[in-house]
Design a protein around this ligand. Structure first.
Ligand code: SF4
Length: 440
């Protein structure tokens, strides 16, 4: 029996969550992933998902008589360009699980089409971006936190499940330059309505009432300023515990708040983040403190960067007047779909059918739908055209931004199967064909 030749690729980035771990080792044999070292379970699974499987699209698909059937690239691009060129106001959505070079092409196409352009921040950390625009953000890199932070607060985030290696690489167990004893040199606080697995390994767990973070944040700010509140508790948290937390914050050497969707998507949304950022700023009168969002998709931070440097805005952008306008809540994907204000959609590297409200998904499916994706998903099942993509960070290289906005280079470890093309090339083909159809 012939022995398989195994090739090992080192320093590979994991294209799954915003931690963007960059120390993976991947073994490849016969263009298949046979071993992944250093990644967590969800990261490992993503690499194995690139191996041949029944859910992978390997050729373009076009819906005929209610069924997706194989088609040529020429036919699929022609049909997709036809839909987009004839739409009055198409929606271009997704972009957070692909490289920056493809995101940039998405912006170009949206501008040519006069469409609505949005990324997944609109349903996750959009409120964080709004708050940052209002009051700024005292931030730093994950490396700074690893080396310096002795107080780590997870507010409305549960990294044990959502960012599994965050704790061992940057925030809890890791040894840093000034935190040589790792976990013993750090005090961990979790603020969350649920007693999560992260809360269970914290030194202090503060159980806030659901959707009452805003009140708690402002009570902490008041106590920090020396105000005596005439209350026994705020948001379900006793005054003793609030004072204990304030004292812990004031006396640390370097504190950091990692906040997640528990804060952005609870009542008060961006006002929660406003208050958390203002608290961080005020803490800097006493010690050094930073705040940073726990970004979910591995390159949602990149989508915000790329959209901003191209248009001036990070998400929820409308080109229908020929120039970029920004108004989250009006031009966000969920809202334009709920109000049925778009007449075709192009979804790139995303699955809105799995996480948008049912009424907006119904309108998404009502109009022509084109999806660029490597795998079958609830969105692709209802698509009129599926354009099969190489998986960025596994089958295509490119740039991605970590949750702290540090750009890193994604590696290609294997070839894409069948006729798959990179997201960037597919979008370039669409741009060329749309221009041709419009006689530009
Ligand atoms: S923590 Fe995130 S980036 Fe790191 S290996 Fe796990 S899924 Fe990948």
């Amino acid at each position: 029996m012939a022995v398989k030749k195994i090739k090992t690729i080192y320093d590979v980035l994991c294209p799954f969550c915003g931690t963007l771990c960059d120390d993976l080792e991947v073994d490849i044999a016969d263009n298949k992933v046979v071993e992944v070292r250093n990644a967590c379970q969800i990261g490992t699974k993503k690499f194995y998902s690139s191996n041949p499987n029944e859910h992978r699209y390997e050729t373009p698909m076009i819906k005929k008589n209610g069924k997706l059937e194989r088609a040529s690239w020429e036919e699929a691009i022609d049909k997709a360009a036809d839909i987009l060129a004839n739409a009055k106001r198409p929606l271009l959505y997704g972009f957070s699980s692909t490289e920056c070079e493809a995101q940039s092409k998405g912006v170009e196409l949206a501008e040519i089409l006069g469409g609505v352009l949005d990324n997944t921040a609109s349903v996750c950390h959009g409120p964080s971006l709004l708050a940052k625009q209002d009051v700024g953000q005292p931030g730093a890199t994950l490396g700074e936190f690893k080396n310096r932070a002795d107080l780590v607060i997870f507010w409305g985030s549960n990294p044990v499940h959502a960012h599994p290696r965050h704790l061992s690489r940057y925030s809890e167990f890791v040894r840093g330059y000034f935190r040589k004893d790792g976990r013993n040199d750090r005090y961990i606080v979790v603020v969350d309505p649920r007693n999560t697995h992260t809360a269970q390994i914290a030194d202090l767990y503060i159980q806030v009432n659901p959707s009452e973070d805003y009140e708690l944040l402002n009570a902490i700010r008041a106590v920090l300023r020396g105000v005596e509140l005439d209350e026994k508790e705020v948001s379900g948290v006793s005054m003793e515990k609030i004072k204990e937390l304030v004292n812990t914050m004031k006396t640390c050497s370097y504190g950091v708040i990692f906040f997640g969707m528990g804060l952005t998507q609870s009542l008060s949304h961006h006002r929660n983040i406003d208050a958390a950022i203002c608290l961080t700023r005020e803490l800097n009168d006493h010690t050094k403190f930073s705040i940073i969002p726990m970004r979910g998709h591995y390159n949602v931070a990149g989508a915000n960067q790329v959209f901003t440097w191209n248009t001036g805005y990070a998400y929820s952008i409308d080109f229908s007047r020929g120039y970029a306008r920004y108004n989250p809540g009006e031009f966000s994907s969920v809202e334009v779909l709920l109000k049925d204000q778009v007449d075709a959609s192009l979804i790139v590297a995303s699955d809105p059918a799995s996480n948008f409200p049912a009424a907006s998904v119904k309108n998404l499916f009502k109009h022509p739908l084109i999806v660029i994706d490597p795998h079958e998903s609830p969105t692709t099942v209802y698509a009129d055209i599926v354009l099969p993509a190489a998986i960025a960070g596994i089958e295509a290289e490119g740039t991605a931004y970590r949750m702290d906005n540090v750009p890193l280079r994604l590696r290609k470890v294997k070839d894409a199967p069948g006729e798959c093309l990179t997201d960037k090339i597919i979008l370039e083909k669409l741009i060329e064909k749309v221009k041709e159809k419009r006689g530009e």
